[in-house]
Write a protein of this length. Structure first.
Length: 550
């Protein structure tokens, strides 16, 4: 990574960043989502209008504003508008079910929740909210809710014009702006401190309910600028495509980095690989951020994919086992593919490969941390390990959050006396400071007393010509305590049996690492962007008749 001078004194709040960019590049394309687009001037005007509306609804510094939306320009304007008031943005995972949604609204102290009343094959947020908030439809005044189980919630607003019992609509939102001036918005914006909380993302664990991760303006903006300038080298004529969901850091951070540079950030309401390839070509994109294997493979394996059609793309991202990264890079000959290490609790991303790194380094490591961020590996006693020694990755620095929202017990477990945040991730830091992520500590199998990293089996399986994605979990075994089970998604048109894949593993892996079970799947249980392995484990445990899961 380039460690040239970067003046972090110009790091600003989230709201200030848009104002600064609109002054510099007013007429440049800023945001494009499907057929909807805004210049920087238009995006700022829309964001200020939203800020006026929220202020008219009683939102001020420190209040929590929830977003339950697909990717859309309204969502981005709400983020910026709420930020200008010093409010805390709480983007909610659109895949959450009613139980999880109710938890986030209550635990997250959301005061106003903004959503969409558009229904599609993907989602029906109004129906979901009625299930999560059973008394919502009986509210006498949608701008003054009084729900006993959700005492902080004053209003749920849909961004459409239709009327729904108990919900305010776009007309009510627009009307609320009437008594609030732009001058008032900018007065409040100038009072927001960079260390105040800008955003709170709820992360999904394996069994517990999602936990709130508050993030400061400094962490949010400084991380984005570091990545944008040092790694991606964004400039004002860049056009950067990112299909990931608006509630995920992999949408928010790249967007901020692109907007800091005056470029255009391009996305879509729902990802479909054929439409995405057309959008990338039509918009003449110069960088892409597909990142996760399910998205990357869907693009690269689509019949419309032609490498030369994307020859303008100079950089792309992916996180996957090394062999899979090599295969992906080979299919993207015109772009440099880089990987990353990160987690929400540490600002979303901690390190990226330098684009000038060799292919070997880019597939085997995740690069050096940003300046101001430290990463080490610790042993079970909490001692920092020497370079190239595998242990738990720990992080400290400007981007690390100050603790889970309203969860002191979890915070006590997660931070040590020296200020290191214990990630629960397995890996090492080499002598050059590069991070290598090896999976979750709890993603280790214990087969007959032998430690086996799931990622090792997954990486090997993905060298098979028929395998697109592999996910490995541990399941109980009366003899070995635990054995491996592999879930496999095949490449389009490919055919291979579970027995053939087991034989393939026997040829290249130690016997105790070979999966006992293989299941071919076409769909995955997902959180925001990650496969929920605990659901795969539950599925095969149920199939095998193990009522007690270990």
């Amino acid at each position: 990574m380039n460690h040239g001078d970067l003046d972090f004194t110009e790091v600003v709040t989230f709201g200030d960043l848009l104002v600064r960019s609109a002054e510099r590049w007013a007429s440049n394309d800023a945001l494009i989502i499907d057929d909807d687009r805004r210049t920087y001037r238009q995006l700022l005007e829309g964001s200020v209008l939203v800020a006026r509306s929220l202020r008219g609804m009683g939102i001020g510094h420190g209040d929590h504003v929830g977003l339950l939306l697909p990717n859309c320009i309204d969502g981005v304007e709400i983020m910026f508008g709420a930020s200008m008031l010093g409010a805390v943005i709480v983007p909610i995972n659109a895949r959450f079910k009613a139980r999880e949604l109710a938890h986030v609204i209550s635990d997250g102290d959301i005061k106003v929740l903004l959503t969409s009343d558009k229904t599609s094959e993907h989602v029906d947020f109004v129906t979901l909210l009625r299930e999560a908030l059973p008394l919502l439809g009986t509210a006498a005044d949608p701008l003054k809710l009084d729900l006993p189980d959700f005492p902080m919630l004053t209003s749920v607003v849909t961004l459409g014009r239709a009327s729904h019992p108990g919900l305010a609509n776009r007309d009510a939102l627009d009307a609320a702006a009437g008594d609030v001036s732009e001058t008032e918005v900018h007065r409040l914006r100038r009072q927001v401190a960079i260390r105040s909380t800008a955003l709170m993302i709820y992360t999904s664990g394996t069994t517990a309910m999602p936990k709130g991760c508050p993030m400061s303006h400094e962490s949010l903006v400084r991380t984005s600028i570091a990545a944008g300038r040092e790694t991606f080298g964004y400039v004002s004529n860049d056009r950067f495509w990112d299909p990931l969901p608006i509630f995920h850091m992999s949408f928010i951070l790249p967007m901020i980095g692109v907007l800091d540079a005056g470029g255009a950030f391009i996305s879509c309401e729902h990802f479909e690989p054929g439409a995405a390839l057309k959008q990338m070509n039509d918009e003449r994109v110069t960088g892409i951020f597909p990142t996760f294997p399910a998205v990357v493979q869907a693009l690269l394996n689509h019949p419309d994919y032609q490498p030369d059609a994307l020859q303008r793309v100079r950089i792309t991202t992916a996180v996957a086992p090394p062999d899979a990264l090599r295969a992906m890079q080979a299919q993207l000959p015109h772009a440099v593919q880089i990987s990353a290490y990160g987690l929400t609790e540490c600002g979303g991303v901690v390190s990226y490969n330098d684009p000038s790194d060799s292919l070997d380094l880019r597939v085997s490591t995740q690069g050096r941390p940003f300046r101001g961020v430290e990463v080490c590996a610790k042993d079970e006693s909490g001692h920092i390990l020497p370079p190239d020694s595998r242990g738990e990755l720990c992080v400290r620095g400007f981007s690390v959050f100050e603790g889970y929202y309203k969860d002191p017990e979890k915070n006590a477990e997660s931070f040590d006396a020296d200020g290191w945040f214990h990630t629960g991730d397995l890996g090492w830091v080499d002598s050059d400071g590069r991070v290598s992520y090896q999976g979750r500590l709890k993603d280790m199998l214990k087969v007959g007393g032998e430690n086996v990293a799931a990622i090792e089996i997954e990486s090997y399986l993905m060298t098979h010509e028929a395998v697109s994605i592999a996910q490995v979990v541990g399941v109980p075994d009366p003899k070995y305590v635990e054995v491996a089970a592999a879930f496999i998604e095949l490449k389009p048109g490919a055919a291979v049996s579970g027995d053939e894949l087991i034989a393939f593993c026997r040829a290249g892996l130690a016997g105790f690492k070979v999966p006992r079970y293989v299941r071919i799947v076409s769909e995955w249980p997902m959180s925001a962007t990650k496969v929920q392995k605990f659901r795969l484990r539950d599925q095969i445990c149920e199939e095998l008749g193990y009522g007690q899961k270990t």
